[in-house]
Design a protein around this ligand. Sequence first.
Ligand code: SF4
Ligand code: SF4
Length: 239
Amino acid sequence: MRIDSETCIACELCLPYCPMGAISMDDVAVIDQEECVDCGVCLRSGVCPSDCFIEEAAPWPRSLRATFSNPLTVHKETRIAGRGTEEMKTNEVTGRFKRGWAGLGVEFGRPGIGTRFRDVDKVAQALAKAGVEFEPMNPVTRLMVDQSTGKINDEVLNEKVLSAIIECRFPLEKAPAVLGALKEAAKEIDTVFSVDFINRVEPDDSVPAERILTEIGIPPSINGKNNVGLGRPLAEGGD
Ligand code: SF4
Ligand code: SF4
């Protein structure tokens, strides 16, 4: 994103609209291109009385900023808009997480902070060492040069985005090692992440994730979500 300095009237109306705080005032408004994640909020807000915001297609690898930060863009490879797959919000869509398995969503970045892929890379490599399988249709997975190590393409490591999600799965017995790897990796990065820990409720209504988290000293969130499983896997008799 850039601002037309010829038409900017320095009204400052756009400043609070940028979720990254990337717009500041000189003689006119300017955008810090290192911090701008090309989310398009400034343009879509329509706040500028002079129509100063100009959005141009960025070359690779900067083009990643818009595809991860602007919800109106679609990832070319996965054909999905936004940060992750539909499965992250509705566990029953494809039956990805079988009984005895756990899923993990690691959601990097928040407005005001964002994330660079170098931090996503550090966590992905730590998770790979702990034995996870990365979700092939996730846009972060598509940036890996080797899914067995979680290594992300060096070309993109400095790119900054509003948010990115790692999606993976692993047998439940690996959960303590996987969550332990996450805790260690969190010490090495310059952003924040939240964790979605996903599993199937057992026939006796117990939730393996609750037991595992309690055993390793992580209090389960009271914001836990149960999906009732009205999707394809149960309709097809899947387990
Ligand atoms: S595109 Fe997004 S990050 Fe960049 S200046 Fe506009 S609002 Fe800020
Ligand atoms: S809203 Fe438009 S005219 Fe006002 S400071 Fe921002 S870019 Fe300049």
